[in-house]
Ligand binder design. Structure first.
Ligand SMILES: [Zn+2]
Length: 331
């Protein structure tokens, strides 16, 4: 699919194409945005665009020798993907050294050379240090595209050598019809999937996955049960500890973002999570801003502890989060 197929990416695309036209394209771009928003699609399409020999109308032609190479199974020889050897493992220093070899060689097709590094936050310190020189002086006509969905974990030395390009999750009025048309479902269902995906449209496509939907229901039901005293904190906590806590907390964080927007703007058309909208509306009438923001900090901290695999005590973690949740309702 071309970039036009992802309407929320078009503005960012035009911005970069304009920089290119004005010969102001930076040699290192840090593309930052939530998971499932289309960063990889975007970076690949932009690489194809720069590699194309007959760029027209801000797009790759799709037919020249370069475009055919990009589309081939082996890929374009002037495109280099740097990613972990195994999913979930960091990028290693040896891999960065291999990249340096590529960057120091001559472009085979006589044009740009493109390097995509993903995820840019998952690199050990030696690898990040080895990358610095390439980031500073990548050589002529070499463009590095670094991708991250965890900006806070990207090394500051890397960040400071890149120009940042943020890609936000699309607004509901763009995302809902898009997901609905991709999956051939109605808007209500598309909204539910988007809520499950924390607003990320490409993740929403995967939400046809029943297990994830069921997990999401457990979150919303659990939170509501506690507020309405249908179940105790300990009962819900015991159940949650057996589930994917990292995902639950990530969703909880998303719901609190909704609640904060609602509290600050008073505008409930901003709510992204339909499946919890009634609960959030009710809560927004009781909660104080101070308490909400300190709770959001607590949830973010718990999320970070899990992401960094600090192996926190899950029982304590879940119970303290649920206790904070009850505290919200007490104003
Ligand atoms: Zn082309």
């Amino acid at each position: 699919m071309g970039i036009q197929q992802y309407p929320w990416l078009v503005e960012r695309w035009d911005y970069l194409a304009r920089l290119y036209d004005q010969a102001r394209l930076p040699h290192a771009l840090l593309i930052n945005g939530p998971q499932g928003v289309g960063k990889t699609v975007f970076a690949r399409a932009f690489a194809d665009y720069l590699l194309c020999h007959q760029r027209a109308d801000n797009h790759a032609c799709g037919q020249c020798k370069s475009c055919l190479l990009s589309q081939s199974e082996a890929g374009h020889p002037d495109f280099y993907l740097l990613e972990p050897d195994e999913p979930g493992k960091p990028i290693k220093v040896d891999q960065v050294r291999q990249l340096t070899g590529f960057v120091n060689s001559t472009a085979q097709q006589g044009g740009y050379r493109l390097v995509m590094i993903a995820p840019a936050h998952d690199m050990n310190i030696a690898a990040a240090n080895a990358l610095l020189k390439t980031l500073e002086e990548p050589g002529r006509d070499t463009i590095l595209l670094l991708l991250t969905h965890r900006l806070g974990q990207v090394m500051p030395t890397i960040k400071s050598r890149c120009q940042r390009l943020d890609i936000a999750a699309p607004a509901q009025d763009v995302a809902v019809p898009w997901v609905a048309s991709q999956l051939q479902i109605d808007d209500a269902r598309a909204r539910l999937y988007l809520a499950t995906a924390n607003g990320s449209p490409l993740v929403a496509l995967d939400c046809a996955d029943d297990a994830l939907r069921e997990l999401r229901e457990q979150l919303v039901i659990g939170l509501a049960d506690i507020l309405k005293r249908r179940r105790t904190l300990v009962e819900v906590s015991t159940q949650w500890q057996k589930l994917d806590i990292e995902q639950l907390i990530s969703w909880l964080h998303g719901l609190l973002g909704d609640l904060a927007r609602l509290l600050v703007s008073g505008d409930d058309s901003q709510l992204r999570h339909d499946d919890a909208a009634n609960m959030l509306r009710a809560l927004s009438k009781r909660v104080s801003t101070d308490r909400l923001f300190s709770y959001i900090d607590q949830v973010a901290e718990a999320r970070r502890a899990l992401l960094l695999r600090q192996n926190p005590n899950k029982q304590l973690l879940v119970e303290s989060l649920l206790l904070g949740w009850i505290g919200l309702a007490q104003g």
